[in-house]
Design a binder for this molecule. Structure first.
Ligand code: PMP
Length: 325
């Protein structure tokens, strides 16, 4: 099977991380370091924040759930955009809160409407940049203006699962924003560009008071020893990250050019995936599966005519374009 359904890294895990995880298995008869000291120190050095600004999660999904748990009481409100990542709804439901889903603008966030939707009972806002599944990107200036406009009693979870795929021109320093905004949590993951989706590890960055609440809710030993060791190695593997970025940029261009040639509408993406309109997406999905290619249906997002295709290796991209043709 060619797996292009879950926005994973087509290079797999970095060799450096594989070796680190294998070595860490030696110690896996003991519990992990629940504080994740080595990884937090590595992240703290990389991001230039103290270690007590960091929360480690079993994937960044757990960071999203923790943000909901620390911010919400039953009956309170959450705001996020239409076409928001599925976990926002799950975390909201698990906290017995209710969601206001703000209609999207051109498949992206309508920040003005989202600000207007924040009411007295709103305690949490999710924003994804880039967004999954649409791939849309919000420029730094309007995003910062939005974050600054959110009342201080409302937590904002800025979901940056795909931030490593941004072009140099798009990149912005959200960690600097965390220094200014006590209600901001930036969530990132090792599942995508770092190639460790199966090890389940991600992190949140927030000021110490909010971080202490996140860690108080965090299940003990939520990140395994091999995952912590692999993340330290992947974080230091600049070559792997550079190769990942270049492969993704070229693959995204390759797929976009192919869609154009086929006359298929697609949404320009800032992530490691593209959303393409194919008509009867269920039928096309089934035909692709029969050809050995798995992509993602978006009916649950209210997009029954669209598929989301993760960027693969050049030959995988060629195969999916050939099957679509
Ligand atoms: N946020 C977004 C927008 C995502 O697309 C994903 C993964 N699909 C995640 C968070 C969570 O990924 P993980 O739990 O593997 O870190």
């Amino acid at each position: 099977m060619i797996l292009l359904a879950s926005n994973e890294n087509p290079l797999g895990m970095p060799e450096s991380a594989r070796r680190a995880a294998a070595a860490a298995l030696e110690g896996a008869g003991n519990y992990p370091d629940s504080n994740g000291t080595a990884l937090k120190n590595a992240l703290a050095a990389r991001l230039d924040v103290p270690a007590d600004w960091l929360t480690l999660g079993s994937g960044s999904s757990e960071i999203l759930h923790l943000a909901a748990q620390v911010s919400l009481k039953p009956g309170e409100g959450v705001v996020y955009s239409q076409y928001g990542f599925v976990v926002y709804a799950q975390a909201t439901a698990q906290a017995h809160a209710h969601a206001t889903v703000v209609p999207s603008l051109n498949f992206g966030h309508d920040l003005g409407a989202m600000r207007a939707a924040i009411g007295d009972d709103t305690k949490l806002v999710f924003v994804a940049n880039p967004n999954n599944p649409t791939g849309t990107f919000i420029d730094a200036a309007p995003l910062l203006a939005f974050l600054q406009s959110v009342p201080a009693h409302v937590t904002v979870l800025l979901d940056e699962a795909y931030t490593e795929y941004l072009s140099p021109a798009q990149r912005y320093d959200s960690i600097e924003w965390v220094r200014r905004l006590p209600n901001l949590i930036v969530a990132r993951t090792f599942s995508k560009a770092f190639g460790l989706a199966g090890l389940r590890i991600g992190y949140g960055v927030s000021q110490p008071a909010l971080t202490a609440r996140m860690n108080a809710h965090r299940p003990r030993f939520n990140v395994t020893t091999p995952a912590q060791a692999a993340a330290v190695a992947a974080l230091g593997d600049a070559d792997f990250l550079a190769r990942t970025y270049e492969l993704n940029t070229a693959g995204r261009d390759q797929l976009a050019a192919g869609f154009k040639e086929l006359g298929l509408e697609y949404v320009p993406s800032s992530g490691n995936f593209l959303m393409v309109q194919v008509g009867d997406a269920q039928a096309v999905h089934a035909r692709l599966l029969a050809a050995g290619i798995e992509v993602s249906l978006l009916g649950n997002y209210g997009l029954p005519q669209w598929l989301r295709i993760s960027i693969g290796l050049p030959e995988q991209n060629r195969a999916v374009l050939a099957a679509l043709r």
